[in-house]
Design a binder for this molecule. Structure first.
Ligand SMILES: CC(C)(COP(=O)(O)OP(=O)(O)OC[C@H]1O[C@@H](n2cnc3c(N)ncnc32)[C@H](O)[C@@H]1OP(=O)(O)O)[C@@H](O)C(=O)NCCC(=O)NCCS
Length: 155
């Protein structure tokens, strides 16, 4: 599959919001996420991804396969804050290919704080970052959930 990553335009925000709800529902398998029953939605503010941070769709031709949200914390300090692959495309290297493309766009210090209590997410990030950096990354486990954090440089 030919994977690309494309910045989400403001006019496409509604589509990102829909995918985000599926993502948050996936994450709620692992830890509680506030669901607003009045509007039948998980709460999440995407504003900063249409300002100084970045939102990307993962695509194959015109099909959307998922998304990646990148925080630009300080100059040359980047963090992948959220990422999601639709069930139809999971387990096909879509996530790994997409993330490598994102890493290649932004050069500097990278941090990934893995969603807590998800063995799949932790295995995904360890494998992907290990492959991308040839093992040159730091892994820590912190906090009450023993959350995995990965750090590396690519500049
Ligand atoms: C985590 C996620 C993005 C992975 O995307 P994906 O496209 O399915 O992953 P890939 O096919 O690129 O897998 C790359 C590696 O990740 C690991 N991995 C992926 N899915 C896994 C699973 N279900 N169980 C164990 N390891 C898994 C494997 O090591 C895999 O390499 P391998 O196929 O050679 O064994 C996807 O499962 C997802 O969207 N999950 C819900 C949201 C989420 O947890 N996001 C991460 C937030 S930090």
């Amino acid at each position: 599959m030919n994977i690309s990553v494309e910045k989400v335009a403001s006019s496409e925000r509604k589509n990102l919001e829909k995918l985000l709800q599926l993502y948050l529902h996936d994450l709620s398998l692992y830890f509680p996420i506030t669901f607003d029953s009045k509007i039948c939605e998980y709460k999440y503010d995407l504003n900063k991804y249409f300002d100084k941070n970045y939102a990307y769709f993962i695509k194959s031709s015109d099909d959307i396969l998922g998304f990646v949200l990148v925080d630009n914390n300080l100059e040359d300090n980047y963090e992948i804050s959220e990422m999601f692959v639709l069930n139809n495309y999971k387990g096909k290297k879509v996530g790994e290919e997409a993330v490598k493309k994102i890493f290649d766009i932004y050069k500097g210090n990278w941090t990934i704080k893995v969603v807590p209590l998800s063995p799949i997410a932790e295995s995904f990030w360890k494998k992907t970052v290990n492959n991308y950096t040839n093992g040159n990354f730091r892994l820590e486990h912190t906090g009450k959930y023993n959350r995995a954090e990965l750090y590396f440089k690519n500049n």
